[in-house]
Design a protein around this ligand. Structure first.
Ligand code: ATP
Ligand code: MG
Length: 560
């Protein structure tokens, strides 16, 4: 296997690169620090991969560094299982973080800063119920109402907040709120909640805390603590930016700056962690790493390579407006990469037996095959040929239309790496079903021999007695609807699950495909790129189809 080198494509700077270059040129920063801040409440998906490539890619390009920071402020939904999978996925994508950090590492500092805000008269303890707080917030067109507890003295607030921390109150009894402006046109600035009481153990801090910071409060301050220069997030956070800046200004801490880019949306794909979790929990897919999932571990098991995902992130670019990327771009990227690295083999998915009647019964031959025409160093191998072979059922038609260049009665076709054969007879059973073909071969047409005859069609095949069997999984889109972000309101996303997204076959494969290590990328000639499953037993290999060789979906979609 040859490593794929990514040559930096010639392209203009994206808007974030422009900002970074300006900041470096003006001397605002000597070097940049970015971070990737997942909440450890699910597995990473292709959207996260985009964000990872962007954050780590920027630091790499400009000689800076990137932290992996787990924004673990919600103990009820988080788990170390997710932390471990996230680290594995980031590493697999080819990135190394400078520091592994957790928002929970900063709970002490964040608490101190909350005290600073209280002392400055900029935060207060509110005794209202969740419902009262919500309705008191007003609407976009109507200003909110001030809480009756808003004007508590600093001393009282300090005392109550300390007692919140000490566990004197029950969940939901009190919260700490910033004191900003209940009539602010941006609803997020109408006294946002900073802390809530949760008597729940945290996956890292155990039972040390029973108050937890809200993400908005923890996130920006964590950036500051790490001296993140460019805090990159998705567009929906642009309304949070004034709050992000407010904390920095009032606390007089390191001025991290937030920049927003459009989140990645893909056709036929959902990316909400809640929905992906539901698919797993309710058995619509086998697990998080089911090859039909848009998760990074699912894509990996499907046969996607880190290079193909990085190429995809590069091609998608960095947009300022939301858009939906065609899934076929992702598939194109993996074809580009696998074309260079995957050895070619022959496999027959839907076998039809062919008996070559003029080929001597006891004879077998070892034919030369090129492993990868794109990579000479991949070398050659031998493929056994014999009197009985399998071809694809699709490669034979009894009554073919014009321009059908595969096998049909009286017609010739080339067997790849072997000979030209001619179909003499289609043998049928009592019900009229074709059971096998009787063909003859032309011994003078062995591939590689001089002055060879040409025929229009070339098909793949395997030797019947020497073939191995293999389990093959073919996948289709998990959803039937391209714009899953825009389905009718009376429908549920599960209404659009594709019932035919997984097809499992027993295939005949050439012997060289036995004993491949798990996660080996191959091409089955004419059928697509496949990968041996991560749990593939060597004696009975299991292959997952990564992608077909061409984009077949467009045709199917218009036919239906
Ligand atoms: P949730 O689905 O739980 O709301 P999330 O998908 O935003 O969460 P996080 O763990 O908060 O997940 O995301 C980590 C980082 O990845 C964030 O900076 C977020 O903006 C980014 N990210 C998440 N989804 C996408 C996406 N589809 N495209 C680009 N970036 C994304
Ligand atoms: Mg999020």
């Amino acid at each position: 296997m040859t490593p794929v080198t990514e040559t930096a494509p010639e392209r203009s700077l994206n808007f974030i690169e422009e900002i970074v270059e300006a900041d470096l040129a003006s001397g605002k920063y000597k070097s940049i620090i970015t971070r990737f801040p997942p909440e450890p409440n699910g597995y990473l998906h292709i959207g996260h991969a985009k964000s990872i490539c962007l954050n780590f890619g920027l630091a790499k390009r400009y000689g800076g560094s990137t932290n992996l920071r787990f924004d673990d402020t919600n103990p009820t939904k988080e788990d170390v299982e997710y932390v471990d999978s996230i680290k594995e996925d980031v590493r697999w994508l080819g990135f190394q973080w400078a520091n592994e950090r957790y928002a929970s590492d900063y709970f002490g500092q964040l608490y101190e800063w909350a005290v600073v805000l209280i002392k400055k008269g900029l935060a207060y303890v509110d005794d209202q119920t969740q419902e009262e707080i919500r309705s008191g917030r007003g609407t976009v067109t109507r200003p909110g109402q001030e809480s009756p507890f808003r004007n508590r003295s600093v001393e009282e607030n300090l005392d109550l907040f300390t007692r919140m921390k000490n566990g004197e109150f029950k969940d939901g009894e009190k919260v700490l709120r910033a004191k900003i402006d209940m009539a602010h046109p941006n609803m997020l600035l109408r006294d946002p909640i900073l802390y809530r009481i949760l008597h729940t153990d945290h996956h890292r801090t155990g039972n040390t805390w029973c108050i937890y910071p809200m993400l908005d409060y923890a996130h920006g301050q964590s950036d500051s603590i790490e001296q993140v220069t460019h805090s990159i997030c998705t567009l929906e956070f642009d309304v949070h930016r004034p709050l992000y800046d407010w904390f920095i200004e009032k606390l007089e801490i390191f001025p991290s700056r937030q920049y927003e880019f459009a989140r990645l949306n893909l056709t036929y794909t959902i990316m909400s962690k809640r929905k992906l979790l539901e698919l797993v929990k309710n058995g619509y897919v086998h697990d998080w790493d089911d090859p039909r999932m848009p998760t990074i571990c699912g894509l990996r098991r499907r046969g996607y390579t880190p290079e193909s995902i990085r190429l995809f992130a590069e091609k998608v670019g960095v947009a300022k407006r939301d858009n939906v990327i065609d899934l076929s771009l992702l598939e194109w990227c993996v074809r580009e990469d696998l074309n260079k690295r995957a050895n070619r083999y022959m496999a027959v998915l839907n076998p039809l037996k062919v008996v070559i009647t003029n080929y001597p019964e006891e004879q077998t031959e070892e034919l030369d095959a090129i492993n990868n025409p794109e990579d000479e160093s991949a070398g050659k191998r031998k493929i056994p040929f014999a009197r009985e072979i399998y071809i694809e059922q699709d490669d034979f038609m009894e009554n073919p239309p014009k321009k059908y260049f595969r096998l049909s009665p009286g017609n010739e076709v080339r067997l790849k790496y072997a000979y030209i054969i001619k179909c003499e007879e289609a043998v049928k059973d009592a019900s009229g079903r074709i059971t096998e073909l009787h063909c003859t071969y032309d011994p003078a047409t062995r591939s590689g021999s001089e002055n060879n005859r040409q025929v229009k069609g070339t098909i793949h095949w395997v030797s019947a007695s020497q073939a191995a069997t293999a389990q093959v999984h073919l996948f289709d889109r998990l959803f039937t609807e391209a714009h899953m972000d825009n389905i009718p309101e009376d429908k549920d996303y599960k209404d659009f699950l594709n019932p035919d997204s997984l097809q499992t076959l027993t295939a005949f494969v050439e012997p060289a495909l036995k004993n491949l290590a798990p996660m080996t990328h191959v091409q089955f000639e004419r059928l697509g790129y496949f990968v041996t499953d991560k749990d593939s037993p060597s004696h009975n290999p299991v292959f997952n189809r990564t992608v077909t060789l061409r984009d077949t979906w467009a045709k199917v979609a218009t036919k239906n």
